[in-house]
Design a protein around this ligand. Structure first.
Ligand code: FAD
Ligand code: NAI
Length: 469
């Protein structure tokens, strides 16, 4: 459905930032085209990120429950086995259902979809090169760069997506590796490390810094690591990977060097290595130099508070600009950017963006960590409530974790909420709303929560004196 008509806005990239911006523009009656080169909408998130990883986390969690927990509740099953092929089919079904759903939403909202590689040839023109090489040019008042991010590797380490894999390869392995080494103890490493560990891989995470889950509250990260260790994931912190060598027997050796007190030096033998050391913005081959769009050292498009680059008609959102690389952050920016183009409005509150690690238990947070508040010299109170004291967690036999709430001593305003526990990713929404509305702990404490639910732990954490702990 590509168009020759002058557009109000052309969006390059059909991920959560770009496709949401496209639908919003369509809803506001703007003439909009989304250019996407992948052949499918949904970007990294739907195709090789959030969605397939959550499908595999769900499936592997069910396998583990069936194998190790069902019998505790009187549920008797025969031998429990994994079919990786069937699990991958289920993953693909969830991906395909959602990506094709976006095409339907585009039609409904009159969003033109141009399949091909987009590049900016002038401040008001985007050239699209289709898969067969055909080129066309779309004239437009404004351009939004929503080209997202791509995997990075380590110097000298070639990702083959079979044995040395990025998250993309780790989402499509055909067998369960006997030994998996994960380089990088961030979100991808912990989520995908959990998937394959549950399915039977002996999993070792090698992390350069002294902690895992960068960005999470330090106390939570420490307890989370202990929890993952109980799930048989091994950690080597303060450890640098110096290289990966292929062995004659088909295995690989991950060579490491200690960079601190608890570090590890030596070779770790593995069948598969997952490289998850971060992602970089995809802003190359976009024609940015041609029109003079400025990027920072990391390759991110530099934008002002309205997502405008140094070129008046060129905007950028999502993983291609600064800030956390999260789908919901990209979506918020997509909507705010289009609202700004439409009527000058649009705003994102970066202080109220939740983060979630979808392991079991989940880890979720919003606002400031304890370390950040200490660094700022803030005067704050700390409330904590363990799921062990929550009746629903007890009846679910799933009591690992706690809620931690940080609030201002003088005003009682909530500054940060950190949850480790089953369903933490769902539970955090209430705290995000609290931070967004500037609520106090007393506001949450005086709000009626259904019983028995896990979210009562958030309420009790907010109480000056919890009833059950
Ligand atoms: P992207 O989703 O990367 O989309 C950009 C799109 O632009 C791509 O489809 C690309 O093909 C296209 N494109 C690029 N250049 C061009 C061009 N020149 N012409 C045409 N098209 C182009 N975030 C969460 O919030 N929750 C999660 O659970 C989560 N899980 C993740 C799991 C994994 C394994 C990974 C890798 C990421 C995960 N993320 C998660 C991060 C999330 O995927 C990204 O933050 C999000 O996709 C960013 O959205 P975006 O629209 O900015 O970019
Ligand atoms: P990350 O930035 O979360 O973690 C990378 C980790 O690798 C860091 O802990 C870093 O210290 C470590 N590291 C870097 N170089 C290293 C080296 N040479 N040796 C050992 N360790 C090294 O990046 P990750 O996990 O690759 O994820 C990329 C992005 O995707 C993140 O920004 C995240 O926001 C997003 N994502 C979000 C998810 C979610 O919201 N649930 C799930 C998966 C990804």
């Amino acid at each position: 459905y590509s168009t020759a008509e002058q557009q109000d806005v052309v969006i390059i990239g059909g991920g959560p930032g770009g496709y949401v911006a496209g639908i919003k523009a369509g809803q506001l009656g703007m003439k909009v085209t989304v250019v996407e080169k992948r052949g499918k909408l949904g970007g990294t998130c739907l195709n090789v990120g959030c969605i397939p990883s959550k499908a595999l986390l769900n499936a592997s969690h069910m396998y583990e429950d069936a194998k190790t927990r069902f019998s505790n509740y009187g549920v008797k099953v025969g031998s429990v086995e994994v079919s990786v092929a069937d699990m991958m089919k289920y993953k693909e079904k969830s991906v395909n259902g959602l990506t094709s759903g976006i095409e339907g939403l585009f039609k409904k909202n009159k969003v033109s979809y141009s399949k091909g590689h987009g590049s900016i040839v002038s401040p008001n023109q985007v050239e699209v090169t289709a898969a067969d090489g055909t080129k066309s040019v779309i004239n437009t008042k404004n351009i939004v760069i929503a080209t997202g991010s791509d995997v990075v590797s380590l110097p000298g380490l070639v990702i083959d997506e079979k044995q040395i894999v990025s998250s993309t390869g780790a989402l499509s392995l055909t067998t369960v590796p006997k030994r998996l080494v994960v380089i990088g103890g961030g979100v991808i490493g912990l989520e995908l490390g959990s998937v394959w560990s549950r399915l039977g891989s002996e999993t070792t995470v090698v992390e350069f810094t002294p902690r895992i889950a960068a960005g999470a509250d330090g106390e939570v990260a420490k307890k989370f690591q202990r929890t993952l260790e109980k799930q048989h994931i091994k950690f080597h912190l303060e450890t640098k990977v110096t290289g990966v060598t292929k062995n004659a027997d088909g295995t690989v050796s991950v060579n490491t060097e200690s960079v601190g007190g608890s570090g590890h030096s030596g070779a770790i033998v593995a069948d598969v290595v997952l490289v998850s050391v971060g992602r970089r913005p995809q802003t190359q081959q976009l024609g940015l130099e041609k029109v003079g769009v400025a990027t920072d050292k990391a390759g991110r498009v530099e934008v002002d508070e309205n997502f405008r680059s140094n070129v008046q008609s060129v905007f950028a959102i999502g993983d291609a600009i600064k800030g956390p690389m999260l789908a919901h952050k990209a979506e918020e920016e997509g909507i705010a950017c289009i609202e700004y183009l439409h009527n000058g409005g649009g705003h994102v509150n970066y202080g109220a963006i939740p983060s979630v690690i979808y392991t079991h238990p989940e880890v979720a947070w919003v606002g400031k960590t304890e370390e950040e508040l200490v660094k700022e010299g803030a005067k704050f109170k700390v409330g904590k409530f363990p799921f062990m004291a929550n009746s629903r967690a007890r009846t679910n036999d799933d009591t690992e974790g706690f809620v931690k709430m940080l609030s201002d001593v003088a005003t009682d305003r909530i500054l940060g909420v950190h949850i480790m526990g089953a369903n933490a990713g769902e539970m955090i929404a209430e705290s995000v709303l609290a931070v967004e509305y500037g609520a106090s702990t007393e506001d949450i404490a005086r709000t009626c929560h259904a019983h028995p639910t896990l979210s009562e732990a958030v309420k009790e954490c907010a109480m000056e004196k919890p009833i059950h702990f």
